[in-house]
Ligand binder design. Sequence first.
Ligand SMILES: [Zn+2]
Length: 485
Amino acid sequence: MNNQTFSKKHLTKKTDDISEWYNDVVLRAGLVEYSDVKGCLIIKPNGYALWESVQKELDLWFKADGVKNVYFPLFIPMSLLQKEADHLEGFSPELAVVEYAGGEKLHEPLAIRPTSETIMYKTFADWVQSHRDLPLKVNQWCNVVRWEKRTYPFLRTSEFLWQEGHTVHKNAEEADAMAQKALGWYQKFYEEFFAMSPYVGIKSETEKFAGAKRTYSVELVMPDGKALQAATSHDLGDNFAKVFGIEYLDENNQKQLGYQTSWGFSTRSIGGLVLTHGDDAGLILPPKVAPTQVVIVVIGNKQDAENPVEPFADEIAEELRAQDLRVIVDVNYNNSLGRRINNWELEGVPLRLEIGAKEMEQNQVTSVRRDTFEKQSIDRANITATVISQLDTIQTDLLEKSKKLKTDKTKNVNSFEEFKQAMDSDKSFIRMYWCESLECEKTIKDATKATPRVLELENMAEQADEKCLKCGNPAQRQWLFAQSY
Ligand SMILES: [Zn+2]
């Protein structure tokens, strides 16, 4: 599809074709444009502002926990990447490699980082000498490249933005606790800021991070019943420490291996946000992360030399900004009122205030909620208090809606036949007892395209005397299966 011109006058309906709707929305709402390189997006101001809201909040939480920001190079010598065999194997198919630079063939090809474990951990081996150097906790905000054959804005791109946290600890327990803490941050961010209710738990052996001991994951249920892996946190054990020689002298002067974690949250999350909350009119942004929380639409005529409503609107805007609300005043009379309103709805601004001569005369404004289109007249004196409370309500209601979607789209089934039917028709998450064997996992995937998405934290310790829904072998724990993005 062309970026700047649209052949269709209206958005595709979300319920008609969610994938086409999604493409329409991310382009028309000014989040992204396609670039000349397939899978590499131009993130526009409306999209980047959402990423900044992620950065602002997570960065605060990381720093409060003693995590320090660093920056490591974009290029990784192939020899470094080859050091950890599983890690290399996992990333090989998606690697982009530079062989020429400065007009000549390089002695050693350089991989463009798909993630930074290898380049960081070589250095950590120097940084970590004594137990006094631990825990070591760093994070970097950067781009990574994983070459994708099929791409989809935000959800699957060859270059994306993320943060990657990396830590070293004295023992296995501390490392696992750190991995779970990072998982908790991601869950909290999704719930409290993106107003989305995820499943959190661990990945199967096949789905875990290449080189990790255990991968914790945040999985989101999308409106079409598919799963979106929305953030991951890895307990790396001493696996990388052995390979890169990350050792320290303990209190008794004995050499010990470091235990590590890595965890990441990416621009993929923005795709999840759009898919979850949007509707046929476009984006719906939760107030806490919306770049603009309130738009004041001044009703006027371009023939008017001066619109007496404008000072009234400006005064209200100032009053709201004094409460740290992000507000803009729209006086673009060149466009029809209908078009202006459609545009604010498309961009997902949570609350709209409409003010015309009539409203001003009555010392009132009309508020319209983006999520429900509910209208309300508000007296001038009550505007600030009402706006704050409406924004709170929108934030809460969006989370409730997401919880309901998660429940509605999660099913229990009694047989594998039912499982297959569920995947063929109206897709959903399936909760079922599974034997956890690789072979069984493959059979299920081949038959249904579904994979084990996550074993929820609260089910990790389960020791049931059940049978695997697919193969009938003993199964102790209930997993969530789904098709994934
Ligand atoms: Zn089985």
